[in-house]
Design a protein around this ligand. Structure first.
Ligand SMILES: C[S@@+](CC[C@H](N)C(=O)[O-])C[C@H]1O[C@@H](n2cnc3c(N)ncnc32)[C@H](O)[C@@H]1O
Length: 280
């Protein structure tokens, strides 16, 4: 890995990582309606889907948002889901019965469409795009004049301690775990940053709604194992090379970080989510 952020290398790793974790992500998170995934319903509501809409689901993953949308579309409605991970798309294809749906392997930064969409939804995808401005701008180009977008992102570090309790401890002991400039999950976690990105891309009438969901991880050990197998899957090999002593120190500090969230020996995290809507 080079020490300067390289968007191509980052995207290759992103694809490999999502291909590895897709089925676990689907079963343990997205399709289980846990914690942050209470947003699926809110995002779809915010998009105000009509039966004859043509809808684009960007970074559709394993298709949980698309599935909800497919229930609202009629015979003349259409749905396209795009994602960089084939394994995620394979799950999406199997889980949706709707006849006018297409799932396509595509990089959101190179959208190959000449379509005219009424709606665009994107749940927990925007922060992964190195050039999010480019993605939003090209989405705007392929939307109808009154087209509406609905985007869900994770909140700030403080608002989503599930990520930061362990990650801050990793960064404390392995500051170069990620190359400088690598996008983080909290990138658009503050409303001002999200509004700025969306308005710079030309969208109007931007509205942000904040939700705070609750996520139960079980005890610390369960949280640690789940985190290393999912969120930290791609950096775990590098963490391990530091040796058992450092891993144990990281783990101890992470456990200390979770203490404000312990209830009856289990961890109960708040989870801030922002849902933005805007019009072309
Ligand atoms: C947290 S998942 C969200 C999936 C889905 N929207 C959901 O709510 O379950 C993030 C998704 O973004 C996809 N992704 C990351 N970078 C991408 C890119 N450049 N183009 C398309 N998809 C991308 C990943 O493959 C992954 O499926």
């Amino acid at each position: 890995m080079s020490s300067i952020f390289n968007p191509i290398e980052y995207k290759i790793n992103t694809r490999t990582n999502w291909n590895t974790v897709a089925s676990q992500y689907h079963n343990n998170w997205a399709n289980s309606d846990v914690g942050p995934f209470k947003s699926t319903n809110e995002l779809v509501k915010a998009a105000e889907i009509k039966p004859d809409d043509s809808v684009l689901d960007v970074a559709c993953g394993t298709g949980v948002v698309s599935k909800e949308i497919s229930h609202l579309l009629g015979n003349s409605g259409t749905l396209v889901g795009i994602d960089i991970s084939r394994a995620a798309l394979d799950i999406a294809k199997k889980s949706i019965q709707f006849k006018n749906v297409d799932f396509i392997e595509m990089d959101a930064e190179s959208l190959g469409f000449h379509a005219n969409f009424d709606k665009m939804v994107c749940q927990y995808g925007l922060m992964f795009f190195p050039d999010a401005y480019k993605v939003l701008k090209s989405i705007r180009d392929i939307m109808k004049n009154d087209g509406k977008i609905a985007i869900a992102v994770h909140g700030t570090q403080a608002g989503v301690p599930y990520f930061s309790c362990i990650m801050n401890s990793i960064l404390h002991y392995i500051p170069d775990i990620r190359v400088k400039g690598t996008p983080t999950v909290h990138r658009f976690g503050s409303p001002d940053d999200l509004i700025k990105e969306i308005s710079t891309s030309g969208f109007l009438d931007i509205k942000i709604k904040k939700f705070t969901f609750t996520y139960h991880t079980g005890n610390f050990e369960e949280y640690w194992v789940d985190y290393m197998n999912s969120t930290a899957n791609s950096i775990w090999p590098k963490i391990k090379t530091k040796g058992t002593e450092i891993v144990n120190i990281i783990k101890k500090e992470a456990e200390k970080n979770t203490s404000p969230f312990i209830k009856n020996d289990k961890i109960e995290f708040p989870w801030d989510v922002l849902i933005a809507t805007a019009y072309k």
